[in-house]
Design a binder for this molecule. Structure first.
Ligand code: EPZ
Length: 418
């Protein structure tokens, strides 16, 4: 196991560059098999979730290679609609090959996906919608095998919940088609908008991205593209909360996001400021502010992927805060480590009651998932004394050079083998 060894108490000062969005890039990797032309994803982060999706693409017969930071994919030799079971189980987004293999071959065979253990994460919304569109499923508790009728005419589906993954899968399934598909109550996340822009750059005809209703006008085929994904708003939000907790002034350059993507009104507070001008985000934190309440939900509500980082900040804010995690039933596991570091937190079902304390104490803590690991690292950065944050592999699924970027900002952090 590898750990971050952190000596807390340093301010964060300096400049780092934003990575491209993990959650945008992962959907684009699945989308690349919808054309025999070459697809280039510019400034693609070499994080382990991307590497694992690339392994699935290669196992299907695609050529995949990095040219510096650009990822070049050609799926003209893709000759299988069966996804390797071991690779499937490594990540949540292997489920995107359900939609893209159906879109390319009209058939798909894969097992249920893996991913962060933040909850049951069923795929019933995906399966219900695809079944309504004529996809025949044959599945047991382990595998999914399915096939679609020749084409789907003009149809509509209504999601029971604005699922990001189900929206992505329905887009992958329906872009190459003779009919029109209307997806109602779909996800509105910026990463979904980015994916629609990516598909449209390949010749798709998708209208309404970012709204609760998307219309896909099916086309005969897609062509290649060179596409620069949006920046990773969860990485940016993580550095915002890190700077809030440690104090200092941090610039994040090369930011490719709309102002409204960042939901700054939900993550700003009375003693810290976040300015976004041109492609630079400047975070200034003079001292610890008052606590505030958080309830996570689908975009444009507070993002669940920043909940763990926010709880660390609230654990050292003045006063009381309440955090309601509405999206996942097991996304408070980082609070065990935080309590070991002296946080005053009580959890009742999906609600965390937090009373701010003056200072956290360093401790040996364990990450259980990607965002929890990033959050416990922030706790170590602002705690008194030394922290060992164990389970770096969770963090490396979604953050490129997290420790190096923090060290560039003045943090005392390095990765060690335990
Ligand atoms: C995406 O996961 C993100 N992952 C998650 O980020 C993010 O937390 C989530 O959207 C919500 O914004 C990627 O984009 C790769 P959902 P996804 O389908 O698609 C329930 C991170 O840290 N649900 O919108 O799996 C589900 O259980 C990761 O970067 C069903 O019940 O999210 C959850 O409670 C973690 N049935 C809620 O909906 C379904 O068929 C949100 O799920 C599908 C989902």
């Amino acid at each position: 196991m590898r750990a971050y060894k952190i000596n807390g108490g340093k301010k964060l000062e300096g400049t780092i560059s934003a990575q491209s969005s993990k959650n945008s890039v992962l959907s684009m990797l699945a989308g690349a098999i919808l054309t025999d032309d070459t697809v280039v994803i510019k400034n693609c982060p070499k994080i382990s979730d991307v590497i694992n999706m690339c392994k699935i693409l290669s196992s299907l017969g695609a050529s995949v290679e990095f040219d510096d930071n650009d990822l070049i994919i050609n799926a003209s030799q893709v000759n299988s609609f069966c996804v390797d079971e071991k690779l499937c189980k490594k990540i949540r987004t292997s489920i995107y090959f359900l939609g893209s293999l159906l879109g390319r071959f009209g058939r798909a065979k894969l097992c249920f996906p893996g991913g962060c253990n933040i909850g049951a994460r069923p795929i019933d919304i995906h399966i219900k919608a695809l079944s309504e569109l004529g996809v025949k499923f044959d599945y047991n508790e382990k595998n999914i095998s399915c096939s679609k009728q020749k084409t789907v005419g003009d149809r509509e589906v209504v999601f029971s919940f604005p699922s990001v993954g189900a929206t992505i899968n329905l887009l992958l399934f329906s872009v190459i088609n003779e009919g029109t598909l209307v997806i109602k109550n779909c996800a509105r996340e910026p990463e979904v908008v980015d994916f629609c822009n990516f598909l449209n750059s390949m010749g798709a005809k998708i209208v309404g991205a970012g709204q609760s209703e998307i219309t896909v006008y099916g086309v005969k085929q897609l062509h290649g593209t060179k596409y620069r994904p949006i920046s990773d708003r969860m990485e940016i939000g993580t550095f915002i909360f890190a700077t809030y907790c440690c104090g200092g002034k941090v610039n994040i350059t090369n930011v490719n996001l709309k102002n409204s993507d960042l939901l700054l009104d939900k993550i700003s507070n009375n003693t810290c400021s976040v300015a976004y001008i041109n492609d630079i985000i400047t975070i200034t934190s003079n001292n610890i502010g008052e606590g505030f309440d958080v309830q996570t939900g689908p975009f444009p509500q507070f993002p669940t992927d920043l909940q763990a980082q926010a709880t660390v900040y609230l654990s050292i804010c003045n006063g009381r805060s309440i955090v309601i995690e509405s999206m996942y039933e097991n996304r408070f596991s980082h609070l065990n480590g935080l309590k070991q570091m002296g946080a005053d937190v009580h959890v009742f079902k999906n609600v965390a009651f937090i009373q701010g304390v003056k200072r956290l104490q360093g401790a040996k803590v364990f990450a259980n998932d990607l965002r929890g690991g990033a959050a416990l690292t922030i706790a170590g950065l602002c705690a008194r004394g030394q922290t060992l944050m164990c389970g770096v592999e969770h963090v490396e699924r979604g953050y490129l050079d997290y420790d190096k970027k923090l060290a560039m900002l003045g943090a005392s952090i390095k990765t060690i083998d335990l």
